[in-house]
Design a protein around this ligand. Structure first.
Ligand code: ATP
Ligand code: MG
Length: 763
């Protein structure tokens, strides 16, 4: 029996179907049986998929909780929900099985954890935890951790998990991996995880697949339950995900997969384009729908993208057309260096907001910068902060939130202020110095007992002989280092950029990553070089740390109008009217690694990434490259990307940069790039952040604070300041009322005191 709401709907017609072309409509209305939609970018695959979900609900064919809809990123999952809600004209309640592979598998695993020896409340380890655990196992197995780093093992195990290989299923051919101990360590690792009641990311899928394979009743239950299965970005599924889908779809066979082989960009993570080709074999009689009309981009953009991807040999091949009006050509511009590229893009964004070149004005939300490597983001973040251009970073942590950057910053912080306990805690055993939990607890106790900072506590502990052996020697060296660095940080003659470099080297932190053989390590080293480079624009370390503290605060609600910055990988499935594609240089894009490879596989994947990037643009795409870029701490001249040569010239407009390769203009732009700090502090961005942090009661950086003091002649302290009081000792300012301060003293507890009775203490 048809529910009343649906009868009403039937009477009204089904408006959303009218928005589809015949091929899309066919895919949407073929509700029963397997469907494979294989089509190029912007042809409306996701639109058809979401309409199909709406149609399933609307026609009463499925209840919301009987639909399993998977995609790859959280952002894409959110958008999927929004699109369905818009189509139905109501919010989508109770679609618990719409999300990423990981989020859905967490849910399934919590329900059946006991079947793989876990408790329902298992914890999910992040990569750091994972590596720490593996390191213990490697050491326990008497393997030289220097030659066989745990990170490499982590990578190996991830790969095996992506192929759905449990330790007993790893093929014999892999036996020599990790000095012939890989499989054995993998088994030990899985045991250890079980004891800890923990899983890593790869386990989420692997465990669920294992449960399905070994418990027919459980599998049967979900096979019955998920009557309709839909998968977006199907080209990027790995073997484990594919197995998972195939198991679940076996009963109803109502599975609809949409994808584009030209957009397969996760080969390095075990994704298999072969899954697309296998689909028709595994689901015989599948309806294959091809879409050829692109509704997203102008003809020039589409032609440029098609021109690039045509250079790939290994593809299924397809044609695309568009009815859109011609629009602007794809713009190409070369810059002197990466900083100038960031500055130029900042200006372009501002003029696009006003409406230039006869184009309509664009909102900041309409614009995106898509980078190949995350270390490229720093230049944009700093530049946009300086000119007060609101931005957000999508997917993955922002530059200053990355692990290696936070570690390095913690080193800088203890060097500037040795009593920064949090910073000291972070670095005391990074790199490993034999100062594990036990040793750290002893330091904490010594600090507490004596009412001093951790660094001081650690010194007392050493003096009292409370620590012996390797740990003691290493701690002594570290404390010596901190003392030295602190001295230099106070010394006005010391060049702070050199100091930063020294700190990272003398502490062994840089070396730690140099010895690391995992794929992430080069990227992390590159980020560290970027960090040191960023310091050049500041007078000293202190000023830099304050600058970053403000950047970190630059995070507010999604709804605000902001430029998006993200990696090309994170941009999959998204679209923006205006897209900037910076850093098209050989060695960066395509990446050095893909160029060094013997075959074309890596290069072809990079080219697909270029295709993904260009096809995100609706109206205006701009490709840029820089002649000089800082790589591993050195200025390298780089060549424009080979992909630039593949752009069909008739669809490209080459722009003349303001100061390309020298000349007076170059000197000027250099001056702008090296804007003095005064300029920074007078910039609208700085002022905006300053007023925002003020209203939030956040600590002000010193310079900005001085400006506030001049203006208001209030107490010179701000919330969060460390202070010293003759009688009560050290404490932290909690609140300010005129000239009275609420202070939480480390020992004396909470007190209200008059400001002039306290002095500033090192933070
Ligand atoms: P990608 O491969 O990049 O994920 P896609 O194939 O999923 O692209 P969609 O994002 O679904 O493409 O659609 C691209 C744009 O085209 C969207 O703005 C969508 O609303 C629009 N579109 C899709 N189909 C139609 C149609 N039949 N009529 C009008 N606009 C359409
Ligand atoms: Mg899509």
């Amino acid at each position: 029996r048809m529910p009343l709401s649906q009868q009403a709907l039937a009477a009204r017609g089904v408006p959303y179907l009218d928005d589809l072309n015949p091929a899309q409509r066919e895919a949407v209305e073929a509700l029963d049986g397997p469907v494979l939609m294989l089509a190029g970018a912007g042809t409306g695959k996701t639109k058809a998929l979401t309409t199909r979900i709406a149609h399933l609900l609307n026609t009463g064919r499925a209840r919301p909780n009987e639909i399993l809809a998977v995609t790859f990123t959280n952002k894409a999952a959110r958008e999927m929900k929004e699109r369905v809600a818009r189509l139905l004209g109501q919010t989508v309640e109770g679609m618990p099985w719409m999300g990423t592979f990981h989020s859905i598998c967490v849910k399934l695993l919590r329900r059946h954890a006991e079947l793989v020896g876990l408790k329902t409340n298992f914890t999910i380890l992040d990569t750091d935890d994972q590596v720490r655990l593996l390191k213990q196992l490697v050491v326990a197995a008497d393997i030289d951790e220097k030659r066989w780093p745990a990170r490499q093992l982590a990578h190996l195990i991830d790969n095996w998990k992506n192929r759905a290989w449990t330790p007993d299923k790893v093929p014999a051919a892999e036996g020599s991996a990790f000095n012939h101990r890989g499989v054995e360590l993998y088994a030990a690792y899985q045991d250890r995880l079980k004891t800890l009641n923990a899983v890593d990311f790869g386990d989420l899928l692997l465990h669920v697949v294992t449960i399905f394979q070994t418990h027919e009743d459980v599998l049967a239950q979900y096979q019955r339950w998920f009557r309709f299965i839909l998968v977006d970005e199907y080209q990027d599924t790995n073997v484990a995900q594919y197995l998972w889908l195939r198991l679940l779809a076996q009963r109803h066979r109502n599975i609809c997969c949409v994808g584009d082989d030209d957009q397969s960009i996760y080969g390095w993570r075990g994704a298999e384009v072969g899954n697309i080709l296998r689909f028709e074999k595994d689901f015989p009689g599948a309806k294959v729908v091809r879409l050829e009309q692109n509704y997203r981009s102008t003809p020039h953009i589409l032609a440029a993208a098609s021109g690039v991807i045509a250079a790939n040999r290994d593809r299924l091949g397809k044609t695309l057309f568009t009815d859109a009006t011609e629009g602007e050509k794809v713009r190409l511009i070369g810059h002197w260096d990466g900083e100038e590229e960031a500055r130029w893009i900042g200006e372009e964004i501002e003029s696009a907001q006003q409406g230039t070149r006869g184009m309509r004005p664009f909102a900041l939300n309409d614009m995106a910068i898509l980078v190949r490597a995350s270390h490229q983001m720093r230049a944009f973040e700093d530049r946009f902060l300086t000119i007060g251009l609101p931005y957000r970073v999508i997917g993955g942590p922002r530059f200053y939130e990355r692990l290696e950057i936070r570690d390095a910053m913690a080193y800088f912080r203890v060097s500037v202020s040795p009593d920064d306990d949090l910073a000291f805690e972070r670095i005391v055993n990074t790199p490993k110095r034999g100062l594990g939990d036990k040793a750290q607890q002893k330091m904490q106790r010594a600090a507490r007992d004596n009412g001093v900072s951790l660094v001081e506590g650690a010194k007392i502990l050493l003096d009292e002989g409370g620590l012996t052996g390797k740990g003691a020697a290493e701690l002594k060296a570290l404390l010596g280092g901190i003392g030295r660095w602190h001295g230099r940080a106070l010394d006005a003659r010391q060049n702070h950029v050199e100091l930063a470099q020294q700190i990272l080297e003398e502490s062994g932190y840089t070396e730690m990553w140099q010895n690391d053989k995992t794929p992430e390590a080069p990227g992390r080293l590159e980020n560290l070089k970027e960090l040191v480079k960023a310091l050049e624009q500041f007078e000293n370390l202190q000023g830099f740390l304050e600058h970053v503290a403000l950047i970190m605060d630059n995070s507010s609600e999604e709804s605000e109008d902001k430029v998006s910055i993200m990696t090309l990988h994170a941009a999959k499935g998204l679209e923006f009217p205006v897209v900037f594609l910076p850093g098209w240089e050989d060695g960066l894009f395509p990446s050095q690694r893909s160029m060094d490879e013997s075959g074309v596989k890596g290069l072809e994947e990079e080219r697909r990434l270029a295709y993904v990037g260009l096809t995100r643009a609706e109206e205006l795409a701009t490709v840029s490259f820089a002649g000089n870029r800082l790589v591993f701490g050195q200025w390298n001249s780089s060549l424009p990307s080979r992909f630039i040569d593949e752009l069909p010239p008739e669809h490209i407009e080459v722009l003349t940069p303001p100061g390309l390769y020298g000349g007076q203009q170059q000197v000027e732009s250099d001056l702008v790039n090296r804007a003095s700090r005064a300029d920074v502090y007078n910039s609208p961005g700085w002022k905006r952040l300053q007023s925002r942090s003020q209203t939030r009661g956040m600590a002000q950086p010193r310079e900005a604070r001085d400006m506030v003091i001049d203006a208001t002649a209030l107490s010179s302290f701000v919330e969060g300041d460390r202070v010293f009081h003759q009688k009560f000792g050290y404490g932290e300012v909690i609140a300010i009322e005129g000239d009275k301060l609420d202070i939480s003293f480390d020992k004396a507890g909470f007190k209200k005191v008059v400001a002039r009775f306290v002095t500033a203490a090192e933070a």
